[in-house]
Design a protein around this ligand. Structure first.
Ligand code: ASP
Length: 472
């Protein structure tokens, strides 16, 4: 039976079988040393000259070969003990080697942190890159974080519900990725920019407390810490006020940091709140970096930003045809603050209307945002009117929301976290690609799979699509 490398210390004096990869190999002629690695850690192995068969076998072996090794777990002599290193006080005396698979010379070293290797190479051979300890740690900690969140929310009576990937455009302010329909030629699904409408419809369905670790796709111009697809912790709750959503999320963030990142220090609890206006005046942006000591990599300064304007005028870069018209700053489905509701319903002083939006920031990054939603049809209808939708469009594009609201939809609100970004910050990584198993490049390419790629003429024909070759 296989013993995991981290458990070898419990088998001193016994013969065990381990399986894994050759991390490092040092041939000293009479003795051959190998560090073996599995998902639980590393151990130094040695072939002594008296094990003639093993000595023959080990001469052939190279780094990254996959082996099963039988051996005896020995205590290291006092002078060779490495304190504070896993298995620093033991060594495996190899008696037999079974080669499970050979490996070509790796394209790059997987034992370093990888910062010295070009990202193109790392992403082209991502399966190999993921073997390095730093990437193993990031991906495993990402799992721990997702699990912690799931357990926490489960205890709070939330349920995780999957929502469709093939869906219809929902306005989050970015361009949609679209998928052609074969059965209904000339029509398209949109990939979700967020589960916003579905989660609100789940509130109409009486689910009351929803969450999802959800994939979102936005066809935006690429930037350092953006990806065409990214992950949100998305949630929605019924019968809540802004303070309830903020309280729950604050508690979750504090517990998550305390349990999973005990070395980190949260600067201020409860998290401070700042209005959008004050943040712009004081910090010049709406994601203030309020850290008292910016050199301390373990300091976490969370901050809520509230009282955002609901509407703003569009500028040319959005769309030259609608320049100067009203658009939403965050989310068209939000409720304005109570004091401004009447004003909004009358369509007055639109620039002054504040929304119930709350953003959560960490060390100068926006890590989440949400709001209390309009849950009455008239309110949503009015917002859509203000941002330029004609009544017929509203019926066509948002009829399902308005109809749902008319069937008895409770007041509700929610939030979504940028899950990748939060992990990036907690892991002190410079960009989100370091915490995503298979990210795309800054230019939106998957170098390993060579995607995007062309499809066969047959596939295009089935979809009724012709490619304008001049526009390639
Ligand atoms: N759907 C919003 C977003 O993706 C988050 C929310 O308001 O819950 O930013």
């Amino acid at each position: 039976m296989r013993t995991y490398i981290k458990n070898l210390k419990d088998s001193i004096g016994s013969t065990v079988l381990i399986s894994g990869w050759v991390d490092v190999r040092r041939d000293q002629g009479k003795l051959v040393f190998m560090d073996m690695r599995d998902m639980t850690g590393k151990v130094q192995c040695v072939v002594l000259p008296n094990h003639i068969e093993a000595m023959e076998q080990v001469k052939e072996v190279r780094t990254e070969w996959v082996l099963s090794i039988s051996g005896i777990v020995n205590k290291r002599p006092e002078r060779n003990i490495k304190a504070d290193v896993l298995n620093g006080d033991i060594e495996l005396e190899i008696t037999n080697i079974e080669i499970l698979n050979k490996a070509n010379t790796p394209n790059f070293d997987v034992t370093t942190d990888g910062k010295e290797i070009g990202e193109e190479a790392r992403l082209t051979y991502r399966y190999l890159d993921l073997r390095r300890p730093r990437m193993q740690k990031n991906i495993r900690n990402r799992h721990r974080m997702a699990k912690f969140i799931r357990d926490f929310l489960d205890k709070e009576d939330f349920i995780e519900i999957e929502t469709p990937i093939l869906t219809k455009s929902t306005p989050e302010g970015a361009r949609d990725y679209i998928v052609p329909s074969r059965l209904y030629k000339g029509t398209f699904y949109a990939l979700p920019q967020s589960p916003q409408q579905y989660k609100q419809l789940l509130m109409a369905s009486g689910m009351e407390k929803y969450f999802q670790i959800a994939r979102c796709m936005r066809d935006e111009d690429t930037r350092g810490d953006r990806q065409p697809e990214f992950t949100q912790l998305d949630m929605e709750m019924s019968f809540v006020k802004k303070e309830d959503v903020m309280e729950l999320n604050e508690r979750l963030l504090i517990e998550l940091v305390t349990n999973l990142y005990p070395n980190k220090k949260i600067q201020e609890i409860p998290f401070p709140k700042i209005s959008y206006k004050d943040s712009i005046e004081k910090y010049g942006n709406d994601r203030p970096d309020i850290r008292k000591d910016k050199n301390d990599s373990d300091l976490l300064a969370f901050c809520w930003v509230v009282d955002f304007p609901f509407f703003e005028r569009t500028d040319k870069s959005d769309n030259p045809n609608t320049e100067g018209e009203w658009t939403f700053t965050h989310n068209p489905f939000s409720e304005p603050i109570l004091e401004h509701k009447n004003q909004m319903m009358e369509g007055k002083n639109l620039a002054e209307i504040l929304t119930t939006q709350y953003d959560i920031t960490l060390n100068g990054y926006e890590i989440g945002g949400g709001s209390i939603r309009a849950h009455q049809a008239e309110t949503l209808h009015k917002v859509l009117n203000i941002i330029g939708h004609k009544d017929e469009d509203i019926e066509k594009n948002f009829g399902h929301m308005l109809n749902a609201f008319k069937t008895g939809t409770p007041p509700h609100g929610g939030i979504a976290w940028g899950f990748d970004r939060l992990i990036m910050l907690l892991e002190n990584e410079p960009n989100i690609r370091e915490v995503i198993a298979f990210p795309k490049t800054g230019e939106g390419k998957d170098l390993m799979m060579e995607s995007p790629s062309s499809v066969s003429p047959k596939q295009l024909k089935e979809l009724g699509i012709t490619i304008d070759s001049n526009k390639k």
